[in-house]
Design a protein around this ligand. Structure first.
Ligand SMILES: [Zn+2]
Length: 303
């Protein structure tokens, strides 16, 4: 499958993007997400925890270091392994909060995704050794506001990439953690039938309405609100491209080929183009009301 650099969170790259908000950045390695640590006077909230036990331990170590005895909270932007499967390091030490749907999605699909990721690469398999899927200890529906002491944080359900996506917004600092609803210069991932193009585009509109000053995407560089527009434009372009071809009654195979070519040409600088066929197939299924038939994931060596 992919060729991997070991997907390890690198604590030495930690940086404070605004007062009391730390990002452990994606070091440009697949399966290392951007991770956030928000520090209040009473409590510290960690946003996502990395892939597997070792990454979870690293993130936990950093959180403990900055928390200096304050209450620890963990939330996850969605259930995917590199965002949520390090949670066992926090178990018993932090309150784990997520929306109800995300918890259900983890319960339903967690074991499947664990095996899927283990099969990707031996390095990933090692990192996912002895992983325990940890369910949220506290759940909410719709929206939850947390006061960390001088830092207000809004958790909000916003599906698109998965059924249980959640954004994390700091209204005062205007910092937005998007999870994989946004990836910077990486093609959007429609991994299974629960990704939904139209909902995703609407989710982007909701995020743009928040007019964040800083956008921390699931993967890729920290950015501004411009990235939200750019990502929304991309999704709209893919949907329009598929829609036009559906209306012309093109065969799916042709849409696969021609659609992918045109999307790739327009977004030459964007990486992880192996996900383009997944986006096309997902949007095709939505627009035609037919069952989703996902392509096989192309191996990076074949690209
Ligand atoms: Zn994801």
């Amino acid at each position: 499958m992919f060729q991997f650099n070991a997907p390890l969170v690198q604590l030495e790259l930690a940086r404070e993007i605004t007062s009391g908000v730390i990002v452990l950045p994606d070091p440009h390695i697949n399966l290392v997400p951007n991770i956030g640590i928000v520090i209040g006077t009473d409590a510290v909230l960690v946003v996502d925890c990395g892939l597997g036990r070792e990454n979870g331990k690293r993130v936990f170590q950093k959180a403990v270091e900055v928390a200096r005895g304050k209450t620890l909270l963990l939330t996850t932007t969605h259930f995917h392994p590199e965002h949520a499967f390090g949670a066992q390091a926090f178990k018993g030490h932090a309150t784990i909060i997520a929306n109800t749907t995300q918890g259900e999605e983890l319960r339903e699909k967690g074991a499947f995704y664990l095996n899927l990721f283990r099969d990707m690469d031996p390095v990933v398999k090692d990192l996912l050794e002895d992983v325990e899927l940890v369910m949220p200890g506290e759940t909410y529906q719709g929206e939850k506001v947390i006061d960390l002491g001088g830092k207000r944080v809004v958790l909000r359900e916003l599906a698109g990439h998965t059924r249980g996506d959640q954004i994390v917004f700091l209204p005062h600092e205007r910092v937005l953690f998007t999870g994989d609803l946004v990836e910077n210069r990486l093609f959007p991932i429609f991994p299974d039938q629960d990704a939904h193009g139209t909902q995703w585009i609407a989710a982007l509109a909701r995020m743009i309405d928040l007019s964040p000053a800083t956008v921390v995407p699931g993967h890729g560089e920290v950015a501004t609100v411009e990235l939200l527009r750019e990502f929304q434009d991309l999704l709209i372009f893919v949907r329009e491209e598929v829609n036009r071809r559906v209306k012309e009654e093109q065969a799916l195979e042709l849409i696969d080929q021609e659609g992918a070519r045109i999307i790739k040409e327009r977004y030459l600088e964007w990486e992880n183009d192996m996900w383009i066929p997944f986006a096309i197939r997902n949007i095709y299924a939505e627009l035609t009301g037919t069952p989703l038939a996902l392509p096989a994931l192309r191996k990076s060596r074949e690209q």
